[in-house]
Design a protein around this ligand. Structure first.
Ligand code: IPM
Ligand code: MG
Length: 359
């Protein structure tokens, strides 16, 4: 019997719609090949939602997402909405989606494909063979901690406040995802914190250390976040799986992404205990190149592959997409962000054509 899946598409802003169109073409092609049936439902988020409804995450969008088997998101944000008050900004919509679906675990793989080694700003011998998985906590920490706000002190001065806080159970559940992820990889887990300064990080470190007893096959190490940032660009191959809090994970995952040549190549999965997962590229909406057919759709396509693997348990279809991506790179097709000498510069749609042909 044909497996049926309901997918909510959130194209969002900037290059979002163009790269989403390529991912949908790829999914339609793969569905025929693997006898899967996808029902696509498009919904509004980010700036597009603000323009249409006045809010970055309309209630209808969250409802549609909750009723689907998985959510494929492109990117949100742009200059046009940058000056709006915080509760009306596109980013607030994305954060609302993450917390509304309880997606506490964000998996961000940074793998370098041999074809792109020369696109990296780092030396070949440093990045060749890099294969890192960043497990970022996504619904807690300083992104959501209370109190927060800009308050006025007794002397009439303004004071900005955010709170970095984690409970034991919040640390344990992301810790378990990380240990289990490391078990499926090369069984090395590095927990990143700032325990030399922050109490919240001390608790994080204590819980990770306690959890390690339950996973004797995983080798746990700890690094302070400043050192981790340095080690990522100095000797990235020492890392396998990294687990860290929301803010540190935001920063380190961008750094890890650049090891691979371009942030335009990296997918991510945001998962919770039960709600549908959200799959999105690590990169943003790139408003500077939006609508010009210049965007790299590969991170979006690889996010669709992650969706097939993690939410639909269709590893063969996922692998097939990942191999098509490699084939297109082998053929020398490149968007501007990953262009290097001897290759062919093409646009977003042409990459889509090549992918469909490769599938
Ligand atoms: C990310 C982004 C978001 C974040 C922004 C757009 C809110 O940078 O997904 O990494 O900070 O989490
Ligand atoms: Mg980020």
């Amino acid at each position: 019997m044909t497996q049926q899946y309901r997918i909510t598409l959130l194209p969002g802003d900037g290059i979002g719609p163009e790269i989403m169109a390529v991912a949908v073409r790829v999914l339609k092609t793969i569905s025929e090949k693997f006898d899967l049936s996808f029902e696509f439902q498009e919904a509004l988020i980010g700036g597009a939602a603000i323009d249409a409804t006045g809010e970055p995450l309309p209630a209808a969008t969250l409802e549609t997402c909750k009723k689907s088997d998985a959510v494929l998101l492109a990117a949100i944000g742009g200059y046009k909405w940058d000056t709006l008050p915080r509760h009306l900004r596109p980013e607030t919509g994305l954060l609302g989606l993450r917390s509304g679906l309880h997606l506490f675990a964000n998996l961000r793989p940074a793998t370098i494909s041999p074809q792109l080694i020369d696109a990296s700003t780092l030396k070949r011998e440093i990045v060749e063979g890099v294969d890192i998985m960043v497990v970022r906590e996504l619904t807690g920490g300083i992104y959501f901690g209370q109190p927060r706000g800009i308050f006025t002190t007794e002397t009439g001065e303004k004071r900005g406040v955010n709170t970095m806080a984690y409970t034991e159970s919040e640390i344990d559940r992301i810790g378990r995802v990380a240990f289990e992820t490391a078990q499926k990889r090369s069984k090395r887990l590095c927990s990143v914190d700032k325990a030399n300064v922050l109490e919240v990080s001390q608790l994080w470190r204590d819980r990770m250390t306690a959890l390690a007893i339950e996973y004797p096959d995983v080798e746990l190490s700890h690094l302070y976040v400043d050192n981790a940032a340095m080690q990522l660009v100095r000797a990235p191959k020492q890392f396998d799986t990294i687990v860290t809090s929301n803010l540190f994970g935001d920063i380190l995952s961008d750094a890890a992404a650049m090891l691979t040549g371009s942030i335009g190549m990296l997918p991510s999965a945001s998962l919770g205990a039960s709600a549908p997962g959200v799959y999105e590229p690590v990169h943003g909406s790139a408003p500077d190149i939006a609508g010009q057919d210049k965007a790299n759709p590969l991170a979006q396509v690889l996010s669709a592959a992650m969706m097939l693997r993690y939410s639909f348990n269709q590893p063969d279809a996922a692998t097939h997409i990942e191999q098509a991506v490699l084939k297109v790179l082998d053929q020398g097709y490149r968007t501007g962000d990953i262009m290097s000498e001897g290759n062919t510069l093409v646009g977003c749609q042409a990459i889509g054509d090549a992918l469909v042909a490769a599938l």
